[in-house]
Design a protein around this ligand. Structure first.
Ligand code: HPA
Length: 274
C-alpha cells in the first residue's frame, strides 16, 4: 500500500482545487440514499472520471458516478453519488480507495448507505437498519499488502467498527421522528447474484440480520484511517428461505426509495449534531 500515498494526494489535490472546503463528513450514497444529493447546498459536482487515481465509473442501476461537495445542515460534506462494487471487477482496495481520499480532504466521520436483503424475520420491506457489526463473507480484505503506517496500523482493531455514539444518535433521531430503525449485523457477499435459499439460511445461522454486496470494504478502510463510521441499510427484499420470492434489481431500487426519507432524516440529524 506504500504506492497509495501519492495517489491519494493527487486525487485530493484535484478535488480541493475545484472545491476549496474542508469537509467534516463523507457520505457514500448507495441504493438506499441515491437522491440524497438534492439535500446538498452550494454544490460542486466532479465526475469520478475526471479525478486522477479514481477507479473508472460505476454502472449499477440507480447509481451515478459523481463526487459532490457542499453543505448539509451547515456542515461541509463530500458525497459520493455512486460507489464502486467488488462485483464490477475492481480490485478490493480500489473499491475503498475514495474513503482514503475523503479522509485526506479532512473528514472525521463517514456515513455509508446501502440496500440489503432482510434475513431477520422481524424486518419488513423498506425498514431501516443501523449497522452495529458486520461479517466479511467477501473473504477479501482491502488492507492486504504492504501497510503504510502513515495511513493506519497493520492490524486494525475491529471490536467496534461502527461508532456507538453515532448509532445512539441515529436511533434517537428515528424515535423522535416516529419511525422504527433496527440495529443489526450486515453480512457482506461479493454478488452479483442474489443468494440461494441455502445461502440465506447459512447467513442467518451465522448471525447476519441482513445481506448485501457493499459497505464492508469501505468500512474496513475507514477503520484503518481512524474514521468514525455510521452505516445505514434499507431492507429491500425479504430473504425467507422457506417462502422465497424472486428478487430483481428494480425491486431493490423501488423499496430503497421508500426507505430513503427515513435514511435522509437520520443522516441530516446526525450531521446537525456534529
Ligand atoms: N442479497 C445481496 N445483496 C442485496 C440483497 C440480497 O438479497 N438485496 C439487496 N442487496
Amino acid at each position: 500500500m506504500l504506492h497509495l500515498a501519492p495517489r491519494i494526494t493527487e486525487a485530493a489535490t484535484y478535488i480541493r482545487d475545484l472545491c476549496p472546503i474542508t469537509p467534516r463528513a463523507g457520505i457514500i450514497l448507495g441504493s438506499g440514499l441515491g437522491n440524497f444529493s438534492s439535500q446538498l447546498e452550494s454544490t460542486t459536482t466532479i465526475p469520478y472520471a475526471d479525478i486522477p487515481g479514481f477507479p473508472a465509473g460505476s454502472n449499477v442501476i440507480g447509481h451515478k458516478r459523481e463526487l459532490l461537495c457542499g453543505t448539509v445542515e451547515g456542515v461541509p460534506v463530500v458525497t459520493m453519488a455512486g460507489r464502486f462494487h467488488y462485483y464490477e471487477g475492481y480490485p478490493i482496495d480500489n473499491v475503498a480507495f475514495p474513503v482514503r481520499v475523503m479522509k485526506k480532504l479532512g473528514i472525521e466521520v463517514l456515513v455509508v448507505s446501502n440496500a440489503s436483503g432482510g434475513l431477520n424475520p422481524k424486518y419488513k420491506s423498506a425498514d431501516v437498519v443501523i449497522l452495529d457489526d458486520h461479517i466479511n463473507l467477501m473473504f477479501r480484505n482491502p488492507l492486504i499488502g504492504v501497510n503504510d503506517e502513515n495511513l493506519g496500523p497493520r492490524f486494525p482493531d475491529m471490536s467496534s467498527p461502527y461508532d456507538p455514539e453515532l448509532i445512539e444518535q441515529a436511533k434517537k433521531i428515528a424515535r423522535e421522528n416516529d419511525f422504527e430503525a433496527h440495529t443489526g449485523v450486515y453480512g457482506a457477499m461479493t454478488g452479483p447474484t442474489y443468494e440461494t435459499r441455502a445461502e440465506y439460511r447459512m447467513l442467518r445461522t451465522l448471525g447476519a440480520d441482513m445481506v448485501g454486496m457493499s459497505t464492508v470494504p469501505e468500512v474496513i478502510v475507514a477503520v484503518h484511517e481512524g474514521l468514525r463510521v455510521l452505516a445505514l441499510s434499507a431492507v429491500t427484499n425479504l430473504c425467507r428461505p422457506d417462502q422465497l420470492e424472486e428478487t430483481s434489481g428494480q425491486e431493490v431500487v423501488d423499496a430503497a426509495s421508500i426507505a430513503e426519507p427515513k435514511m435522509t432524516k437520520i443522516v441530516r440529524g446526525v450531521l446537525a449534531g456534529l
